[in-house]
Design a protein around this ligand. Structure first.
Ligand code: URA
Length: 209
């Protein structure tokens, strides 16, 4: 990859096929009531061979309409954070803890946080994505995503600090939607996102299959 950083691994085809099959299952999912109100599920996107997996909270309105993660306002800012860190969005796998949009009120409604029931119902999909992709680095975006990988850790205490979880590194970051709270949040996010690039640079160049 560019600048000597290898983000994706070789031998893609079998894992790519498994991931696409999983995405198809997720699009049909009826494990929680959100299937009744969604336009479409948002499984995730990116190479099955990526060594970096980004995990957000749940799809918002734009994501629900387009079927792709992080394509609304927070997604636009995420793109700039990634490129400032020397990474292209196409090199990373991006998904959410919950795959269908939670909202309140009459359509189009207002986004709301996912419930613990919705999070639990969706959990097997996230587990399966991790099993197929086997990322070296999981970047959690926001407290909900952090809870899914390191329950009990408070984002306010550990943000920006890479944490070991078995043979994986979890990098807990604030959610890019925090950018709406102004320049200080944007600057903090930009600063902490540079860690992703640092962590990738520290990975062995001969990737594990
Ligand atoms: N916020 C999220 O957590 N996920 C998305 O996909 C979009 C916005």
């Amino acid at each position: 990859g560019e600048g000597g950083v290898t983000v994706t691994r070789k031998h893609p085809s079998a894992r790519e096929a498994a991931l696409q099959a999983l995405h198809a299952q997720i699009r049909q999912c009826r494990r929680c009531p959100l299937y009744r109100t969604r336009t479409q599920a948002v499984p995730g996107e990116g190479p099955a061979t990526s060594r970096i997996m980004l995990v957000g909270e749940a799809p918002g309105r734009q994501e629900d309409l387009q079927g792709r993660p992080f394509v609304g306002a927070a997604g636009k800012f995420l793109d700039t954070l990634l490129s400032a860190a020397g990474l292209d969005r196409s090199q990373v796998y991006i998904t959410n803890v919950v795959k269908s949009r939670p909202y309140v009120g009459p359509p189009p409604g207002r986004n709301r946080a996912p419930t613990s029931e919705e999070i639990a119902a969706c959990r097997p999909w996230l587990d399966e994505q991790v099993r197929i992709i086997r990322p070296a680095i999981v970047v959690t975006l926001g407290q909900v995503a952090l809870d899914s990988f390191l329950p009990g850790r408070r984002l306010a205490d550990v943000h920006g600090r890479p944490l070991r979880a078995g043979d994986r590194v979890i990098l807990p970051l604030y959610h890019p939607a925090m950018a709406r709270y102004g320049q200080r949040w944007k600057a903090l996010l930009r600063r902490e996102f540079l860690r992703v690039r640092q962590l990738v640079s520290g990975l062995p160049t001969r990737p594990r299959r």
